[in-house]
Structure formats: structure tokens, C-alpha cells
Design a protein around this ligand. Structure first.
Ligand code: DGL
Length: 298
């Protein structure tokens, strides 16, 4: 589900920003590309700036202050690049920091959160699994989602240790990855789950590997299409939608890719899974916490 409706106190001047300005999409790493894919399908006239904080991924292994610090720094950086709206395409960053970042940034924000509501609505066995990062699962936001929407549905919450790291190195199907996934999914199947919430934007890239293990026993809940629709509503509400460019008969403008890492895996994943051939510009985005020696990537 999209995390919430647009900020009511967004301070951007829609006239000044211009609807031709780009939309910023941010994730700790490559997972947000699954959201970018849905946004491009839903809003083909929008230009997208995608920033991956791959140097500091996974966020799921970081402390709360670090996640907030990086989310804010990258949000501010995207505003400086001219973004008219920001999609925080990371469940972990949304869970930890969206309220604060929403306060600080002068543009509308869309966050993401695990699809507990759709899962509870559609599970027939009333048992559903959730795969997400440890940080997301233990967050107050996630606990609030369960309280609001789980109703009589039992959710088996499983931290997906190691899965973000696998996608970050473009591993979406190795034997080791499949063994890891099987360890997470088999107990859900044994408990009678019929639904699986993909509560991390990296995980839709593992759908084929998951399918190989669970067959059609689990319905996968991926909220990227709902996020793209929420972005569309937010842009409309703020008068920020890009007009269709009727003079240009070519396909959607390629996104501009940025990474705090070397970008090679981002380029590879975008090319193989999204069929987007675009170079990735490596950028330095300093923040309070990354100035300290213990903050460096492992
Ligand atoms: N894609 C991020 C999410 O949705 C991954 C977080 C991480 O880097 O651990 O939570």
C-alpha cells in the first residue's frame, strides 16, 4: 500500500516547480526499481530521477537514526536536482523516517508500506506470510498496520535476512538464494498460509525464485502498482502531472540513474529486468552520519 496520502503541508509552489520537472524515486539500493517499473507504466510522460543509496545498503541492518539521516540527505539532494515530488520506494525508510522527512522537504511525498490490508482482505485460509526487513517488522508503523487491518487474519512475519544483499549483487536465482528463501517460506506453507506480502521493494525481483518454491499456493502481494497510482493522485492534487508530449512519438524518456555505489549492478538489473539501458552516475551525497568512520559500507 502507499504509505499515506500526500502531505497537506507540502510547501512547493506548483506554478514555480512546473509539471515538466522530474519525479524523484529513492531506495536504499536497487529495490526501488520495482516501483520505478510500475511508475513508468502508469505515468509514461513523467521524467524520473532514481537515486540508490547502494553504498549504505542494506538499511535493514542499520540503526534508526542512520536510516532517517540518509533518507533526509537523499531527499534533499533530489530536491536540489529539481524533483517536484518524491517516492520513498523503501519500506524500511518509510517505516523509520517518513514523518520527519515529510516535515522537512518542500515537495509532496509518497511512501510505501507492506500490503497488510490487501492481504487480510483476500486471504481465504486467514493465514498470511510477510517478508520484510527486521527494521520494518519491528517499527511502530508496521505494528499499527497490523492493528488496523489484520482483523482475524494471522500474519507470520519473517525478516528476510540476506535477501536485499542478494538482489544488490544481482543474485535473483542462485542455489544459495533459493535455499534461503525456502527456509523462510516453508514454515509459512506448513502453517497454511495462502498469501505472501512482499514487504520490501527488493523482493518483487525474487518473484520467479519464490514461485519455484511455492507454486500457486501463495498469492504474492506487491504494492508497486498501488504506489504508482498514489503518485498519480498526488501529482494531480498538486497540479504537477506532466502533460503528454504529443510531438514525441518515441517511448518514455529513460530515467536518470544515480547511485552512491559504483552503479554497475544497478545498470545490470535495469537492463536485464526492466529493459532500460541507461548509465548510472555515481554521486556523493554526504550526511551527518556518513561523516563518521563507522558509517562506511562493509
Ligand atoms: N528496498 C528496501 C525496503 O523496501 C530495502 C531495505 C534495506 O536496504 O534493507 O525495505
Amino acid at each position: 500500500m502507499p504509505a499515506e496520502s500526500p502531505s497537506t503541508n507540502a510547501r512547493i509552489s506548483t506554478a514555480g516547480a512546473g509539471s515538466r520537472a522530474p519525479v524523484g524515486i529513492f531506495d536504499s539500493g536497487l529495490g526501488g526499481l520495482s516501483v520505478l517499473r510500475a511508475v513508468r507504466a502508469q505515468l509514461p510522460d513523467e521524467t524520473i530521477l532514481y537515486a540508490a543509496d547502494s553504498l549504505y545498503a542494506p538499511y535493514g541492518e542499520r540503526d534508526d537514526d542512520f536510516i532517517t539521516d540518509r533518507t533526509l540527505a537523499i531527499g534533499e539532494w533530489l530536491v536540489r536536482q529539481g524533483a517536484k515530488a518524491l517516492v520513498v520506494a523503501c519500506n524500511t525508510a518509510t517505516a523509520q523516517s517518513i514523518a520527519l522527512v515529510r516535515e522537512k522537504l518542500p515537495i509532496p511525498l509518497v511512501g510505501v508500506e507492506p500490503g497488510i490490508k490487501p492481504a487480510a482482505l483476500q486471504s481465504k485460509t486467514r493465514v498470511a506470510g510477510v517478508l520484510a526487513t527486521q527494521v520494518t517488522l519491528r517499527s511502530a508503523r508496521f505494528q499499527g498496520l497490523l492493528e488496523r487491518y489484520a482483523a482475524d487474519c494471522r500474519f507470520l512475519c519473517q525478516p528476510g535476512h540476506g535477501l536485499v544483499q542478494a538482489v544488490e549483487r544481482c543474485d535473483i536465482g542462485s542455489a544459495e538464494l533459493r535455499a534461503l528463501l525456502r527456509g523462510y517460506l516453508q514454515p509459512m506453507l506448513d502453517a497454511g498460509a495462502d498469501t505472501l506480502v512482499l514487504g520490501c521493494t527488493h523482493y518483487p525481483f525474487l518473484d520467479a525464485a519464490i514461485r519455484d518454491i511455492v507454486g500457486d499456493r501463495l498469492t504474492l502481494i506487491d504494492t508497486s502498482v498501488a504506489i504508482a497510482r498514489q503518485l498519480e493522485r498526488v501529482l494531480d492534487q498538486h497540479g504537477l502531472r506532466a502533460a503528454a508530449d504529443h510531438d514525441d512519438s518515441s517511448a518514455a524518456v529513460p530515467p536518470r540513474f544515480y547511485s552512491t555505489g559504483d552503479g554497475s549492478h544497478q545498470q545490470q538489473l535495469a537492463a536485464t529486468l526492466l529493459h532500460i539501458d541507461a548509465t548510472v552516475e555515481q554521486v556523493l551525497i554526504p550526511s551527518r552520519r556518513t561523516a563518521t568512520p563507522d558509517s562506511q559500507a562493509a
